[in-house]
Ligand binder design. Structure first.
Ligand SMILES: Cc1ncc(COP(=O)(O)O)c(C=O)c1O
Ligand SMILES: N[C@@H](CCOP(=O)(O)O)C(=O)O
Length: 414
């Protein structure tokens, strides 16, 4: 698939070999030799994977993390690929954040993954490997997104899925996802951290595969986010900003960037800036938080499993892990929505962090910044609705609607 060795030594090209694609290339009428499909570089696969019905000849579809990056992942010919065609997410330029910070700010929309969060990148690998090793059941602790992803990929694979969540602190949309995909959902009277301890012990005692980010295959899959950013930008960003909860994702992105440097696709590495929510900031405080609190429920975590690896990643990159207040997260959430991006609250922590960096004058003018928006706002619409005026109730009248929309002055002359 992706022939990285052919790029070694050559300057990274801003024209990516493939991805991110969010939709099939539909122009199949283009004449051979001149059409869009033929503009792709030679290493772009035009055939479907052997196990799936392929697209029509000449079309190019994003195949999912494993098929796109097979040579960079721990999969072999005998690994059954369980995919929902995750990855290939948009990297969107933010005009407002660029103007506000004096940098070129790009938003990596991980909420565009099949189950609405970055977890899918890791889950495709973890579930594929679970199937390869003949696991019959998978298990996870979750603040919501991991359970949604695990349940979906387990359903796709035909595996049984168990999920343990903290009572009452999980967004309804995420719970709905786990339930609709047939997972057995258990709530415990305790935090996410307690739920993870229960799951770790279950995995020690029973034949069940733990698919939290303590599973190395999750990290392997999630590192592909960095590959995509490099594919798109043709280089690593100067600064990479993201939320931190259980700390697997920052670990994975750093691994991804480092590997890109090792194979010669980038010259420099980004400075990593990770952000916890102030009420759930064990890494910043330097001690476990027994009762974490934040409106960003996805990162309501008091004892991150990848704590030391996240600190090592931030340190190696000359970066930091800091915290942002819930107020700042909420402001960032609304700012993103005002530019057309509906991200979940935890995701907005990265933009709150970016604005904090700008306020402290810690960004170099003109630098390239990537903010990861980890999950889709639709999973937890309560905050969006709470902050908005309720829709007006009107009679079914054109005049009444025009008046309320302020359209009277723009009417065409009769
Ligand atoms: C939407 C969202 N953002 C950020 C995070 C934090 O990622 P990590 O736990 O890998 O630090 C999570 C999960 O923890 C999440 O669900
Ligand atoms: N926010 C996470 C917490 C668990 O993270 P994981 O990456 O270790 O599975 C969730 O969605 O449950």
């Amino acid at each position: 698939m992706r022939n990285t060795s052919s790029r070694r030594g050559a300057p990274p090209s801003p024209i990516r070999a493939h991805g991110p694609y969010t939709a099939p290339v539909t122009d199949i009428s283009a004449p051979s030799g001149t059409g869009a499909a033929d503009d792709e570089s030679p290493d772009v696969p035009h055939a479907a994977p052997p196990s799936a019905a392929g697209p029509a000849a000449g079309t190019r579809q994003w195949l999912g993390v494993i098929e796109e990056y097979r040579d960079r992942l721990p999969v072999g010919d005998s690994t059954p690929v369980v995919t929902l065609r995750e990855g290939g997410t948009p990297l969107v330029h933010s005009t407002r954040l660029s103007e506000r910070t004096g940098c070129e700010v790009w938003l990596k929309l991980e909420g565009s993954n099949p189950t609405g969060s970055f977890k899918d990148r890791g889950m495709t690998v973890a579930i594929s490997k679970a199937l390869e090793t003949r696991a019959e059941a998978v298990l996870c602790a979750s603040t919501g997104n991991t359970s949604a992803s695990a349940a979906a990929y387990a359903a796709k694979a035909g595996l049984t899925c168990g999920v343990v969540v903290p009572r009452g602190k999980i967004a309804l949309g995420k719970l709905a996802q786990a339930l609709v995909h047939g997972a057995t959902v258990l709530q415990i009277d305790g935090s996410f951290d307690a739920a993870l301890e229960v799951c770790q012990e279950l995995a020690r005692r029973y034949r069940v595969e733990l698919v939290n980010s303590t599973n190395p295959h999750r990290i392997e899959g999630q590192k592909t986010g960095a590959f995509e950013v490099v594919d798109f930008l043709g280089r690593a960003p100067d600064v990479h900003v993201m939320p931190v909860g259980n700390a697997g994702n920052i670990t994975a992105w750093w691994q991804g960037y480092r590997e890109e440097a090792e194979v010669g696709r980038v010259d420099g590495l980004p400075v990593l800036r990770g952000y916890q929510a102030a009420g759930a900031s064990p890494i910043v405080r330097g001690e476990r938080v027994m009762e974490p609190t934040t409106i960003a429920t996805a990162i309501r975590i008091g004892n991150p499993a990848s704590w030391s690896r996240a600190v090592a990643a931030a340190d190696e990159s000359q970066g930091s892990i800091r915290s942002v207040t819930d107020r700042a997260i909420l402001q960032a959430y609304r700012l993103l929505a005002g530019e057309g991006v509906f991200a979940e609250m935890a995701s907005a922590a990265s933009v709150a962090g970016l604005l904090d960096l700008a306020d402290r004058a810690e960004l170099s003018a003109g630098g390239t910044v990537v903010c990861v928006l980890t999950g889709n706002g639709l999973k937890d619409p309560d905050w969006a609705i709470a902050g908005a005026a309720p829709p007006r109730m009107l009679p079914p009248s054109v005049d009444a609607a025009a008046a309320h929309l302020g359209l009277e002055r723009t009417a065409f002359d009769q």
